[in-house]
Design a protein around this ligand. Structure first.
Ligand SMILES: *Cc1c(COP(=O)(O)O)cnc(C)c1O
Length: 246
């Protein structure tokens, strides 16, 4: 396990739980020491506020030889990293949410469970539906064809997330498919109430070299889909009509 590997080497384990959210998995219970989130995504749900969250567990052990800047916060024990973030990052550099942005995120958080239920149901239904379309290849942990299906089943509370990828066969087809969508939006966010698609090769990974793209599984024909809470029949119809034009 990753947490054993980290702890045996005297390192804390950080997990980015942005995509799965605490609705699907709680990394501290599985041995992580620090959990980080972009609060701009599913926690917010409407893309109206940028923010982030750092959660430090009580189990974190900090090796002061490896992290000497924590030494002045040693009296806070397992929470010394959090104490440094508050004193240095938040207080000195000002990386703190404004009250109004915090308010928007807090309103979004109220509906996290409802949105995640609906979006993950939609993602599974849409991924299954598209897996029968010969023009595309779908990768989603909720499909038996995914190499991590069993792991996802064990750890994700019977859900498989709101994101999948679709390979359209060529870059031209990927662009045509995105352009042909009427309901889904071409936006870089994820975890929104609306279904969002993007072509990672030409956007998020524009400045990555071939090796980095290969390591992340980014190909020219790949489209990332972050499913929202729309009516599933509307989503199927939208994807179907766009694929029909390829
Ligand atoms: C978007 C994202 C981030 C960065 O979050 P911002 O709110 O855009 O700063 C970090 N981790 C993951 C997994 C993300 O999707």
């Amino acid at each position: 396990m990753l947490s054993d590997l980290a702890h045996n080497n005297n390192l804390p384990l950080f997990v980015d739980n942005t995509v799965t959210t605490p609705f699907m998995i709680r990394p501290l219970e599985l041995g992580a020491d620090v959990v980080i989130h972009s609060a701009s995504k599913a926690l917010n749900g409407n893309g109206n506020s940028i923010g982030g969250i750092v959660i430090v567990g009580n189990s974190a052990v900090w090796n002061l030889d490896k992290f000497p800047k924590l030494r002045e916060f040693e009296k806070f024990g397992p929470l010394m990293y959090l104490a440094r973030l508050r004193a240095r990052m938040a207080a000195d550099f000002g990386s703190a949410l404004s009250p109004f942005n915090a308010h928007l995120t807090s309103i979004g958080l109220d509906t996290l469970a409802l949105r995640m239920e609906r979006a993950t149901d939609n993602a599974l239904a849409l991924a299954e539906y598209l897996s029968y379309n010969k023009k595309v290849k779908i990768s989603y942990p909720g499909l038996l064809s995914h190499p991590d299906y069993e792991l996802a089943k064990r750890q994700f509370q019977g859900r498989y997330g709101l994101m999948f990828t679709l390979k359209a066969g060529s870059m031209e087809n990927a662009f045509k498919f995105i352009d042909g969508l009427k309901l889904a939006l071409n936006v870089s966010n994820i975890g929104d109430a609306r279904t969002l698609v993007i072509h990672p090769w030409s956007t998020i990974f524009l400045h990555a070299d071939d090796e980095e793209k290969a390591a992340s599984g980014i190909t020219e024909d790949l489209v990332r889909v972050a499913v929202g809470i729309e009516d599933i029949e509307d989503l199927k119809e939208d994807f179907e009509q766009s694929l029909a034009k390829l």
